[in-house]
Each structure stands twice: as structure tokens, then as C-alpha cells.
Ligand binder design. Structure first.
Ligand code: TYM
Length: 331
């Protein structure tokens, strides 16, 4: 049975990018693999949340994991910070990660540009923490969106380097995985190519958004004055709306608006109205389950306790073996 590991940072509610890029694969993978899905709360410290925000966000994402259909009996659902073994492996990996390669990582360079006042060491070593999460359970497959591709490449580098350095064949080479084969990138509503939590107001649609908020966000999505000649390629912002439609509307709907576009007859207002209603139809069942679960602290406690036990069994075995490989031996 293959081992699957993945996580999501608790920095807000899950959006459609998280769902289509990662979560929908988590839900499918739990049926036939040994899965470890965690909430990356250590990772979220790079943005310095207050204790109250951190806890609230962790609870929200836990509830959303369950609302999306993750089953704590089938998969291991746990909090990253419940496994201090993660931090220990992170320390070991940091000893063999070079500042040059960490500085060249695209996500680090983006952060240096976007938040020059908070370029902390946690950001620089983000890929080693992520590698620790993954190889702690000796994962083979990691369901993620396209933005995580480079992090997976670095994970393979660190795992191979450990094997070479200690002349062992211990860690497998994990690969980024998507059921549809190609890794996905869901676009934002603001014309940018990525839906994201930190990309600004109105860019992302969250599973927990109310129908009113969804209508407002979609109606405000960036468009242009429309095509002036038939069968022209679509500008980015328009392509984005079509891509969102492809993810969650019926194929006939996409085909209808595509034809309208190609004939220069498209009315973006109609497209957006349809898209908003399709999004609402898609997200409403999630929203209802989220609301149900938010009040059920007793159940959440059970889920986290079970997850911690199962995750600990796997992690403590790896750490024990890694310590021996490195040469930490009992006297
Ligand atoms: P995070 O929290 O930014 O995103 C969680 C998952 O959602 C995917 N995703 C998207 N997919 C498609 N289109 C989008 N617009 C989009 N936005 C986000 C991400 O690719 C990701 O799969 N570093 C990770 C969390 C993490 C992790 C790990 C993942 C920590 N350790 C170990 C896998 C394995 C992150 O920040 O994801």
C-alpha cells in the first residue's frame, strides 16, 4: 500500500484552489492508500498569528477537512504541532540543506519581495520543514497543487542527500500527485493566475462563503470590454473565469459561453451570474456541514486525539531509525 502525506496551512478558510488542487485528491486517496493528512500549524507561524487566531484557524481547517469528506477512520488526520518528531527531523534536515539552494527557492524569493520586513529563518527553511512532514512517514505520493511542485523537488533532494550521506536506502522519493495527472492551478477572480489566501480581497472564493458573498465576488471579477473579432484567444482574466467554470459547471455551460465568446456575442454579466450560481450550488453542501461541525467540539477532540495517536506511531518509528542511522546511540 502506498503512503500518502499532505497538509494545508491554517491561515484562513479553504478556498476553491485548495479544494481542486489538493482536497479533492485527499478524499479520493484515502480509499486505497495509507494517508496522513495534517494541518500545517507550525508552517503558519511564519506569518506571526496571534494565539487566538492560530487556534481559531486550526479549528476551522480541521472542520473543513471533515466537511470535505476526510474520514478519520480511513485516513490519519492530525495537527503538525502534535508531532514534535516533525521538528526534530526538520532540525536534522536543516544541517544538510544549503542556504544557497534555500535562497533560490521561488516561494522564498516571492516572500522576500512581498514582505521585506518579515524575512524570517522559518521562511528560508520552509522547504526543509515541508520535507520533514513528508519523509517523516516515508511518503510515496503527495497530493498538492502546482504551486508546490518545486517544494516537492527539494524534498526529493533532501531525502536523496540523506540516503547518500549515510549510505542507506531509507527514504523513498516522494512525488507530487494529482488524480487528473497534471497538477492544478486554480486562478483568482482578480485576473491573476492563482487563487490564494494572501492575494488580496476578492481574489478567492472560500467554501464557507455565503451565497451573497459569492455573488458579490464573482460579479466583481475582472473582465474586459469583450472580444472584437471572432475566435480570438482569451485574455488572462477571461481565461480564468472559463477555467473556474470548467472546474465546477456543467460541460454544456462551458461550451455555450465558449461559443458565445467565439462569436463575439458574449455577455460577461450572464456568464458571471451563471458562474456564481454554479459556485453556490457546489459550495452549499460544504458550508452546511462546516456549520454543523463547528459546534461539535467533543467530536473534534476525538478526531484530533485519534489522529495524534496514529501519526505518532508512524513518526516515532522513523525518528528512532533516523537517530540510529545518524549515530545517536544509547549508552
Ligand atoms: P497551502 O496551505 O498554501 O495550500 C494547500 C494546498 O492547496 C493547494 N493550492 C492550490 N491548488 C491549485 N490552485 C490554487 N490556486 C491553489 N492554492 C493552493 C496547494 O498547492 C496545496 O496543495 N506548503 C504547503 C503546506 C504543506 C504541505 C506539507 C503540503 C506543509 N507541509 C507537506 C504537502 C506536504 C502550503 O503552504 O499549502
Amino acid at each position: 500500500m502506498e503512503i500518502v502525506v499532505s497538509g494545508i496551512r491554517p491561515t484562513g478558510n479553504l478556498h476553491l484552489g485548495n479544494y481542486f488542487g489538493a482536497m479533492q485528491n485527499f478524499v479520493k486517496m484515502q480509499e486505497t492508500n495509507q494517508c496522513f493528512f495534517f494541518i500545517a500549524d507550525y508552517h503558519s507561524l511564519t506569518t506571526h498569528p496571534t494565539p487566538a487566531d492560530l487556534h481559531g484557524n486550526v479549528k476551522q481547517v480541521l472542520v473543513e477537512y471533515l466537511a470535505c469528506g476526510l474520514d478519520p477512520e480511513k485516513a490519519t488526520l492530525y495537527l503538525q504541532s502534535d508531532l514534535p518528531e516533525t521538528a526534530e527531523l526538520y532540525l536534522f534536515l536543516n544541517m544538510n540543506a544549503y542556504t544557497g539552494e534555500l535562497e533560490r527557492c521561488t516561494s522564498f524569493k516571492d516572500k522576500v519581495r512581498s514582505q521585506p520586513d518579515n524575512v524570517n529563518a522559518g521562511l528560508l527553511t520552509y522547504p526543509t520543514l515541508m520535507a520533514a512532514d513528508i519523509i517523516l512517514h516515508k511518503a510515496h505520493k503527495v497530493p498538492v497543487g502546482k504551486d508546490q511542485e518545486q517544494h516537492l523537488e527539494m524534498t526529493r533532494t533532501f531525502a536523496n542527500r540523506f540516503n547518500r550521506m549515510y549510505k542507506v536506502d531509507y527514504f523513498p522519493e516522494p512525488v507530487a500527485y494529482n488524480f487528473g495527472e497534471q497538477l492544478i492551478k486554480i486562478p483568482g477572480l482578480d485576473g491573476s493566475t492563482k487563487m490564494g489566501k494572501s492575494e488580496g480581497e476578492g481574489n478567492a472564493i472560500f467554501l464557507f462563503d455565503t451565497p451573497e458573498v459569492i455573488r458579490k465576488k464573482v460579479m466583481r471579477a475582472v473582465t474586459d470590454s469583450g472580444p472584437t473579432e471572432p475566435n480570438q484567444p482569451k485574455p488572462q482574466a477571461i481565461e480564468n473565469l472559463f477555467n473556474l467554470m470548467k472546474a465546477l459547471s456543467a460541460p454544456e455551460t462551458v461550451q455555450f459561453f465558449d461559443e458565445q465568446y467565439n462569436q463575439c456575442a458574449i455577455r460577461y454579466g450572464d456568464l458571471k451570474k451563471q458562474l456564481a450560481e454554479d459556485v453556490i450550488k457546489f459550495t452549499t453542501p460544504f458550508r452546511e456541514r462546516i456549520l454543523d461541525l463547528l459546534g461539535n467540539d467533543e467530536y473534534l477532540h476525538k478526531v484530533v486525539t485519534l489522529g495524534r495517536e496514529k501519526a505518532h506511531a508512524s513518526a516515532s518509528k522513523t525518528i528512532k531509525e533516523v537517530r540510529e542511522i545518524i549515530g545517536f546511540k544509547h549508552f
